[in-house]
Design a protein around this ligand. Sequence first.
Ligand SMILES: *Cc1c(COP(=O)(O)O)cnc(C)c1O
Length: 397
Amino acid sequence: MTDFAATKAMFEIPEGVLYLDGNSLGPLPRAAQGRVARMLSDEWGKMLITGWNKAGWMAMPMALGDRVGKLIGAEPGQVVLGDTLSIKVYQALAATLDMNPDRRVVLSDSGNFPSDLYMAEGLLRSLGRGHELRVVDPDAVEEAINDEIAVLMLTEVDYRTGRLHDMAELTRRAHDAGVMTVWDLAHTAGAVPVDVSGAGADFAVGCTYKYLNGGPGAPAFIYVAPRHAERAVPALSGWLGHDAPFAFEQSYRPGQGIERMRVGTPPIIQLTALETALDIWDMADMQDVRAASIALCEMFIAEIEASCPMLTLASPREAARRGSQVSFRFEHGYAAMQALIARGVIGDFRAPDIMRFGFTPLYIDADDVRAAVAIIRDVMQNRLWDRAEYKTRAAVT
Ligand SMILES: *Cc1c(COP(=O)(O)O)cnc(C)c1O
């Protein structure tokens, strides 16, 4: 059994804060402060450029990729870290389109995160081969899979509502119709158990700053199924994805397997911070995390619905169809969230009217949820949000 009291003690959570936003940015692992400071002084400070070899910096994207891979059902050597998620979406989509060259449609859904759709639009435009991005309702994805579709590109858990797609079933349907799949695990990795290889996913991508707690700007990850790893053609053919980066050849040759999905110089300070978060993940079992997350979410929904009738559940009611977040709709959701944040309950707001709360058993327990519910009840029942200062929108919501 995972010792959640022990994992909780390894995070820095400010006094008076009930942090229900680990689905957007995980909190600081306490060990990161010392580890990053030592990396700066002992490695960058003293080793300078020799740190790439001596401190093993160059191996970090693969080594930590293996550790992230364990959390998503991948084997060693199938995941690499680097860049941002938007870039990884682009790489995965470009590679899959190349593998299905006679088809012209990319299928996605309106629950996908805008950046994924924007990256697809940009890629399809620059390919200039008449591709279409077809965006359907999340419930209509299955019936929209047909032999026109080259690639099915979905985010497994909807960032607004928390609705969870059935990755194994949709992948099976896609493959039956000759469709490649790209799964975005931004809200799944570290939130629910994932089995990319069991589900047969072709490509998967995700970020490490949300549930995985790697810190702001932590690098993204990409998984390529081993059956594709030696034939995926990288659209972003950077030198570190070259077979021999330090041969400085004139022309690009893809690296071995997943290494070809590397692009440029890895962010070593961020990877060092991420390593401390993965040490905590080593103490956790994803099945325990899922069970605890469901218990917290169910309790939250029941208590909020019993006391705040003005909030409408936007997430699936059935736990099995939900990720690790709960969303409620409220017309004045932005102001209400600001009023909550002012009282230490940190969730976030997603336009047009979604109040979103993330549940992360590594550092949130039932007492935290009860305390948060008491504050939410007070703010909602007494309209404490109805003040001008809570209605001015900041740049980041
Ligand atoms: C958070 C998130 C992103 C963000 O991409 P970045 O390039 O890391 O800023 C993209 N896609 C999805 C599905 C996300 O949830």
